[in-house]
Ligand binder design. Structure first.
Ligand SMILES: [Zn+2]
Length: 175
């Protein structure tokens, strides 16, 4: 666990810094994408990339089912929609769910400075690892995000296990 971990009512912030941006408003954009994905019959995970000043650069959702593309995760989609930038230090990735290893790798590869996470209850990805490597992590414990994922996992367990790369018994493929 990162040294800067602190508990503040219903949210966890791994950094001691108080973000200047409105993480709740940012999460609303990612949640909107997730709901759009759900209405399309896809995996309900949404994301958006903002500047630290709150300007929206790109938004997207998991489109594994819609596009038949296993690499199109929510964060990947938002990142690609944001287009090229000289660097990403001043950007914030907002996602409805704790980022998987693939998307955590994207955050480190491009040096994204801060990740805001809707929830890490139904799935815990690479956020501890990111925090250990200096990425600011904010977990909002958003009840709507938790409810949406719970309902999806219950309804479509095989789609969910496919998405996180494990078989039905919870064993990661290749292990
Ligand atoms: Zn991912």
């Amino acid at each position: 666990m990162a040294a800067g971990l602190s508990h503040r009512r219903d949210r966890r912030d791994y950094s001691n810094r108080v973000p200047a941006f409105d993480s709740g408003a940012m999460l609303a954009v990612a949640r909107e994408e997730a709901m759009l994905g759900r209405s399309e019959g896809g995996v309900p995970i949404g994301a958006a990339l903002f500047t630290v000043d709150g300007a929206l650069l790109g938004r997207g959702r998991n489109r594994r089912v819609q596009d038949g593309d296993p690499a199109m995760h929510a964060e990947t989609s938002a990142f690609r929609n944001a287009g090229r930038r000289p660097h990403y230090r001043d950007t914030v990735m907002v996602t409805t769910l704790s980022p998987c290893w693939y998307c955590s790798g994207l955050v480190r590869q491009f040096g994204i400075g801060h990740v805001v996470i809707g929830e890490a209850t139904t799935f815990s990805g690479g956020h501890d690892w990111l925090a250990e490597h200096g990425v600011d992590i904010t977990i909002l414990d958003d009840p709507d995000c938790i409810a949406m994922m719970r309902a999806f996992i219950e309804k479509c367990p095989e789609l969910w296990f496919e998405d996180i790369g494990v078989d039905g018994t919870g064993t990661r493929r290749g292990e």
